[in-house]
Structures are given as structure tokens and as C-alpha cells.
Design a binder for this molecule. Sequence first.
Ligand code: PRT
Ligand code: ZN
Length: 210
Amino acid sequence: MKNLKIAIQKSGRLNEKSVQLLKNCGLDFENYKSSLITTVSNFNLEILFLRDDDIPGYVEQGIADLGIVGENVIEETLSNVQYLQRLGFGKCTLKLAIPKDSTIDRLEDLNGKSIATSYPNILQQFLDEYKIEADIQMISGSVEIAPGLGLSDAICDIVSTGGTLKSNGLKPFVDVRSSEAILIGREGLEENPIICELLQRIQSVLRAKE
Ligand code: PRT
Ligand code: ZN
């Protein structure tokens, strides 16, 4: 039978815990060094190491069968994939934040203002929901410096400890959505016995942690 493929983050905040989860499931494989694909020696599975942003698309297109990626990335890329299991790590919150001394006080004060973010789709949905018309400035990184540079009145970015906001003179304003790492699968996989076996192992690893 053809090996299934799971895509995980190559390096970054989700890499280590994704690798650890698979190892805790009893899977035996060489961890990523320079090769971007590795075969599990004791299970019908190959592991692809990718940028997190590419994972939902690979799964949607069926290039990978499974993936481990943050909910924020799945929602932002508007991918059509199945949520198979919440994994309990990589927890963070996508928040609107404003300069410490900002006069913005209520959500409707954002009307006519500009907001810098790497999450334009999620932000637009949120603004639509509250009928706010603001100008979204898409930037791909270091979003927290935008207000200080005069590029925007507010930002919408991932926050975990809040340290980055603070050190850039910003304060949290409103939570847009929370996120954690999710095991996703391409449509139509549920009946696959290898997936069922892997999912059961993952669930027992998660239960043992509770
Ligand atoms: O290279 P690649 O594209 O794969 O990685 P990346 O740089 O896009 O993502 P990475 O590794 O930073 O994050 C991977 C995933 O981890 C994210 O998509 C989230 O689901 C999750 N996660 C959890 C976080 C954070 N916590 C987090 N704190 N992602 C980003 N941050 C950043 C945030 O953008 C901000 O700049 O950390 C900063 C804020 O942290 P605090 O602790 O100062 O609040
Ligand atoms: Zn990324």
C-alpha cells in the first residue's frame, strides 16, 4: 500500500512539538536535517517538512494526506481541509492591539482607521462581523513596529505572552480569535485504516498528558 504523507513545520514554533508528538506515537524516523522528506521505518507514513503557510494547501490538494498546523494559518489560507484533532500546543491569540496612548477606546473607533496585519482574511471577516470599515495594511512580518512608524493606527497579530506588544509600546485591545495546533486531513480520508490507527495513537498520547 502507498505510504501516507504528513506535513509538519520544518522549523519554528510548532516543529519540536510536532516531532515529539509523532515520536510519542511510537513512530521511528530520522528527524529533519537537510532532507525535506523522511520515511517512518515502522509505520506506513512519510513526513514532509514544510513552511507552515504551505501546509494547508498541500493537504487541500492531496499532496499530503495529513498536516499539523496552527488554526490561524488554516483559517487565513481559507483552505478546505478537515479538522481531525486539536493538539493542545502552539496556543496563542490573534489580537487587535493599539499604541499605549491611543484614543481608540471602543471597537467602532476603528472605523476609518488603518490596521496592519499578516492576517488580512481573518481580520476582514472580523471587521465585517462588527460592521467596521477600516483600512487593512498587509505586511508579512514585524507587524508590531507599524504604528510606531506611522504606517497604521492599530495592528492585528498573534500574541502569546504579550511581551512583544509591550516592548513596542502597544497594548492589547480586542481578541479576534484563539488558535492552537490542529491535525488536519484532506477530504475523504476518514475511513482509511492507517489514519484511524494514527489518530487513535495521537488521542492516547494526548489523554496520557491530561
Ligand atoms: O517559517 P514558517 O513560515 O514555517 O514559520 P512562521 O515564522 O510563519 O511561524 P512560527 O514558527 O513563528 O509560528 C508557527 C505557529 O505557532 C503560528 O502560526 C501560531 O499558530 C503559533 N504561535 C504560538 C505563534 C506564537 N505562539 C507567537 N507568539 N506564532 C507567532 N508568535 C509570534 C507573534 O507573531 C509575535 O511576533 O510571537 C510574537 C509575540 O509573542 P509574545 O510572546 O511576545 O506575545
Ligand atoms: Zn509561516
